[in-house]
Design a protein. Sequence first.
Length: 395
Amino acid sequence: MKTLHLKAGRDKSVKRRHPWIFSGAVERVDGNPDSGETVLVKSAEGGMLALAAYSPQSQIRARVWSFDPGVSIKKNFFEEVIRKSVQLRATLPAARNTNALRLVHGESDGLPGLVVDRYDDVLVAQFLSAGAEHWREAILDALAAATGCEAIYERSDAEVRTLEGLEPRVGFARGNREATRCPIIEHGLNFRVDVEAGQKTGFFLDQRENRQRVRALAEGRDVLDAFCYTGGFSVAALAGGAKHVTAVESSAPALEVARENANANAVDVSRISFEQADVFAYQRLLRDRGKGFGLIVLDPPKFAPTAALVKNAARAYKDINLLALKLLEPGGLLATFSCSGGVSAELFQSIVAGAAADAGVDAKIIERFGAAADHPVALSFPEGDYLKGLLVLRT
């Protein structure tokens, strides 16, 4: 088998079962493996450590499939891992409340670079690594067998594919059907998911339980849902009895779906206003008008896709939180989130604390948020814990 040899002293992370092997840890590679091909990972002393997918163009030079070198990485390997991943989701409480779940969460499910979301009878798959791309057909077959879904839409258009030397690819990989408005149900609420053109795979399933929490907190409050996307938090707030919801989003297509989602539910749509605007500018406009809110939701896009952008992201997070805290009435609640992997939970809390200080308000954290349980985090892969959120009370 083609072999990747690690430098002396660079095997500690692999022995701790971290699935990424960076280029700087590699001494040499024997056999000239192709992109995505399986290689045996050996320590400098010759010990067999793992089997990994080789990626010649990425700084992450290999991603581990298995830490058991005796395993055979063939079609049945993916059938078994995917079957277990799908079965796990069937045991989660969320499976009783929705027909939309994340079935495969990359490294944390033992399938680096593979993301699969289910929206009723349609699967949406992202092949984001050389290894996942190499085994694409076997993975698609395994997904169809494990779920019974005939339609699998591919959204392999994330920027990370370019780092792997892969071209973007979008379209039906299996089956074919209308997928611009996949209807799903979440805790009794109806949503339409545009899997073809929506962000990521079409809907933010990781925020499922956080939407429920906002629903429980919204009664009688004026709510500002900034970066509302397709209205998940807005509809939840309306269903929870919000006095009024102002939903702000810069994307016209996303707002169109948000309106459809509001109209698809038994809520009073006269109590919601949709505003197509830049959130930063609109918050300042609301401030200048002296507007106040009892509940504000900040769920912005990923400001820091990489660690190199953390400084700029920190400024953006501080700006939106500072403005939100100024708009928040005394006794009001701010549910603020970051999905930037480069921004740690500690840094995010520090940013929000700085925003409160600059806004001249007293505030305290009363809850912390994370991703839903169908987005597990392997203990050996803390990078999988990307979504962090705070519920802040202005005192």
